[in-house]
Design a binder for this molecule. Structure first.
Ligand code: ADP
Ligand code: MG
Length: 292
């Protein structure tokens, strides 16, 4: 799927003219696997956010946000500090109360407890990686997998290791560090482990809050490639500050400013948008020096 068609479908969905089922979202083999994994039928996974609003003591940190995210999209959510990016992720994952609606493939999400939302396959990472430092990489993945482990787990073991743990280790490129304590991993490797923990939990909607903050150039490149691999059969939202990273890896971009969606489109459309240049790009240099 090209970026423009991906966005075209998203735009049609957000305009309310089409539903995921009506358009028959593209179904490659990988997409079918993703559906089987998450136990959903019909079209691919999608997340529909409508009129999302979060108020802190009368201040609207998120103000009527609409987002339509489809499987296979690698959506970047950008905007200046305080735009409400993290609060959008917090609201979708149940960490802060919000009004409006959030549906995952037609199932209502808003108002559910955080663990229920995680069980629906909506996972997120935090700006500071939260892994168990005293446990090995493999033990971290094992614990995360346990969150959704069923009675058939023993049948799915390979080399004494659960299949999905093996797969996640391969995907995040940490097989050679499976027995290493997470506490001694490099900063970037901890972020990859956290993404691996979402993979073994079968999260097919992933909301990643500034995953490359503090990474060097090589780690950024590796992370971008990892995000593209996992986004192929999932719905991935990357909250980001870094414009170069966004340009290199985004399929589509939503720009948030003062709690509202300012613009949405392909990287080229966003870069050409005068509103974005004024509100976001004009302040980018300043915000990059003061990451939250
Ligand atoms: P971003 O991630 O885009 O930098 P945030 O979502 O963290 O922005 O914050 C959006 C706005 O909401 C900011 O003005 C911030 O100060 C405010 N805010 C965030 N969390 C809280 C909270 N728990 N209580 C009060 N205000 C908050
Ligand atoms: Mg933030």
């Amino acid at each position: 799927m090209t970026p423009s068609t991906a966005f075209g479908i998203g735009a049609a969905l957000s305009a309310g003219t089409l539903t995921g089922a009506e358009i028959g979202l593209p179904g490659s083999g990988a997409r079918k696997n993703a559906r089987t994994r998450s136990g959903e039928g019909g079209a691919g996974t999608y997340l529909e956010v409508r009129d999302l609003t979060v108020t802190f003591d009368g201040f609207k940190a998120v103000d009527g946000v609409d987002l339509t995210l489809i499987q296979g999209d690698l959506r970047f959510l950008i905007g200046p500090n305080g735009a409400g990016k993290t609060t959008v992720v917090d609201a979708i994952t149940g960490l802060v109360p919000a009004t409006g609606t959030v549906d995952k493939s037609g199932q209502p999400v808003l108002g559910l407890k955080t663990h229920k939302i995680a069980k629906m396959g909506i996972g997120r990472t935090f700006q500071t990686a939260s892994v168990f430092e005293d446990l090995t990489v493999e033990q971290n993945l094992d614990i995360a997998a346990g969150a959704r482990r069923g009675p058939l787990t023993l049948l799915r073991r390979r080399h004494g290791r659960e299949d999905k743990v093996t797969e996640a280790l391969e995907t995040i490129g940490l097989e050679h560090l499976a027995g290493t304590k997470a506490g001694v991993l490099a900063h970037g490797q901890k972020q990859w482990l956290e993404i691996g923990m979402l993979l073994v939990q079968d999260s097919d909607v992933m909301l990643l809050d500034e995953p490359v903050a503090g990474m060097g150039a090589e780690e950024r490149q590796a992370t971008g490639e990892l995000l593209q691999r996992i986004a192929a059969d999932r719905t991935v939202v990357v909250v980001e500050h870094d414009m170069d990273f966004m340009r290199a890896f985004a399929t589509t971009v939503t720009v948030l400013a003062a709690g509202k969606v300012l613009a949405e489109g392909t990287v080229a459309e966003i870069q050409a948008d005068p509103k974005v240049q004024q509100v976001y790009l004009g302040t980018a240099a300043e915000t990059e020096e003061t990451p939250r």
